[in-house]
Design a protein around this ligand. Sequence first.
Ligand SMILES: NC(=O)c1ccc[n+]([C@@H]2O[C@H](COP(=O)([O-])OP(=O)(O)OC[C@H]3O[C@@H](n4cnc5c(N)ncnc54)[C@H](OP(=O)(O)O)[C@@H]3O)[C@@H](O)[C@H]2O)c1
Length: 336
Amino acid sequence: MPNNVQIRLASRPKGMPTEETFSVVEAQVPTPGPGEVLVKTLYLSVDPYMRGRMSDAKSYVPPFVVGDVLTGGVVGQVVESHNDKFHVGEFVLGELGWQHYNLSSGRLTKLNADLAPLTAYLGVLGMPGMTAYFGLLDIGRPKAGETVVVSGAAGAVGSLVGQIAKLKGCRVVGIAGSDDKNRYLESELGFDATINYKTVDSLRKAVAAACPEGVDVYFDNVGGDITDAVFLHLNDFSRVALCGQIAGYNAEKVEMGPRLLSQLLIHRVLLKGFIVSDYHADYGKAAVEMAGWLKEGKLKYKETIVDGLEHAPQAFLGLFRGDNIGKQLVRVAMPE
Ligand SMILES: NC(=O)c1ccc[n+]([C@@H]2O[C@H](COP(=O)([O-])OP(=O)(O)OC[C@H]3O[C@@H](n4cnc5c(N)ncnc54)[C@H](OP(=O)(O)O)[C@@H]3O)[C@@H](O)[C@H]2O)c1
């Protein structure tokens, strides 16, 4: 068996992580003990929240430990099993390490590769899909005819939020960082209007022009200047689903922006932060509905796939440059 290449956290980054944040180490492939399975990594997910875990600030998940293998969502294949519930050849999803081989005591979900491509379980039918579904429907509560604005619109979560809002009969405005992304959102996903936040002269005027009747639901993936601009156009009784603040994840100091809470007061806005795992008990129901929309062609998705475990750090850093359209994944190996 080949050696087990691993990506570890070498040091806690200050500001934007760099290649020095990570180390590539070769270790022995572990041998499964009683009750354990050995899982070969096929795909791993890189996600913006991992930036938070690289710091030791208090959060809703414990920080990564310096020197340890990084972990995240992994789709893999069982290559050796001493656990009655899992058999060699089966595909599984788990919270596993950025390495070629992981030992697991069985906290894994079996995947059916005939129902959906394996990668979908890390994207549209996985954590990002659940985030879009519950954040929009439970917090945003969009009604037909309303205007929904989503930032980070061309990413894994945002691209699904916009499509689900269209399915609910809304006018959808996406904010993303390139004209190519915006063309994709309008021509392939049916967004009604888009804004390139990197090239507009005034975000505030751009939101006003794209939302002549104001904003009823704002799904916030990014925070910062984009959110300040959207807040100025929130309608009475509008809802804000506070999903992510990627614009600030690498900030060394909390940025002080315009203080816009009075907008929320004046317009009686409901703003709620959420973590997708809050909805864990209902994932099954949501996945069935999302899978149905996929099958009917009502929901589309894209993936940006980087090849090779050793490129996982670059794939992760690319999230902050906007390299990805749709879900960013790393292909580590092909199924056996
Ligand atoms: N609350 C939860 O439970 C939960 C769960 C999953 C994800 N999230 C959050 O949701 C957001 C989207 O996650 P995702 O997995 O779908 O990632 P993603 O949108 O696929 O990838 C990140 C995207 O963010 C954009 N971005 C990066 N830096 C930015 C900046 N300074 N200002 C504006 N946009 C920037 C980039 O697109 P552009 O080219 O458009 O800049 C990039 O492609 C993240 O904030 C993430 O932390 C929250």
